[in-house]
Write a new protein. Structure first.
Length: 280
């Protein structure tokens, strides 16, 4: 009995700690076009579009952020969320799916592989599964704009989509862009370094110097910022490839490290060590 009581207490403590993590987080909004905002809080950056056809939200962060996200959207638009697009399946991008379906009656759209992966996740509530899925591209004609949603295979995951607001010239590439930091490439979920490079190259070729980019993580960005990110990936990959060609084992490569100029790109989740491991 004492053991069960202790386990219950530990579970409650863990839940409280998880909730406390979000207690002081606020959702901020940055207008990037007449009817589009970049929303930031905890987890992946969101894009909010509003107009006569209703509110469209790109990604929705963690479940614990749902009410704060909803409050910010209500403050900005006074309307419920009608549509949600998930750029991939990670919890910091899909966590509020269920809440938005139950409280806003939102329709959720994602790539086929996002629904497949979430369906196989025993910790994900099935009420938050995307209702509409696609295998390649889908186009929304909404709020006076044409919104292109297109699949980019095997980059960050095997279910990545990017969203481009054509008239507003705003791009949300999901986690195919970590601005000013090393990216997370989920090698266990279909992610691939070469694929990631190819996908970013494709996206950069589709935009211009006036495009505003809402990255999956990091501050609002431009095409030049996205190019600097791609250049970093290629350069650090070349350094790690060179170490491998010299016969260095992974441990030796970690000890050698990357050039000092890349140190500012490291962060708490993807440290230099973890980035070297990914590239190796």
């Amino acid at each position: 009995m004492k053991k069960l009581t202790l386990l219950a207490a530990l579970a409650l403590s863990a839940a409280a700690t998880a909730q406390d993590r979000f207690a002081d987080v606020q959702v901020s909004a940055d207008a990037v076009a007449d009817n589009i905002h970049m929303l930031s809080g905890a987890g992946g950056n969101m894009a909010l579009m509003h107009g006569a056809d209703g509110v469209l939200l790109i990604d929705d962060q963690y479940q614990q952020m749902a009410e704060k996200i909803s409050a910010k959207i209500d403050e900005l638009t006074g309307e419920p969320v009608r549509y949600v697009i998930n750029t991939h399946f990670h919890g910091d991008h899909v966590g509020s799916n269920m809440w938005l379906r139950e409280n806003h009656d939102a329709t959720i759209l994602a790539h086929d592989n996002v629904r497949k992966r979430l369906s196989n996740d025993s910790d994900f509530n099935a009420a938050g599964l995307p209702q509409l899925t696609f295998d390649s591209t889908v186009t929304l004609h909404i709020n006076g704009d044409t919104v292109h949603v297109f699949y980019l295979a095997n980059g960050h995951t095997d279910g990545d989509v990017a969203v481009w607001f054509e008239k507003a010239n705003v791009l949300h590439p999901g986690d195919l862009f970590f601005n000013e930091r090393f990216p997370f490439i989920d090698l266990g979920s279909g992610g691939d370094v070469e694929g990631y490079i190819n996908n970013v190259t494709t996206l950069i070729s589709k935009i211009n110097d006036d495009t505003v980019i809402i990255p999956g993580h990091g501050p609002k960005a431009s095409r030049a910022d996205y190019q600097a990110f791609l250049d970093m990936i290629k350069a650090t990959k070349a350094e790690v490839d060179s170490m491998r060609e010299q016969g260095m084992a992974l441990e030796d490569a970690l000890g050698n490290g990357l050039s000092d100029k890349w140190k500012p790109w490291a962060w708490n989740f993807i440290t230099e060590e973890r980035w070297i491991k990914t590239l190796y």
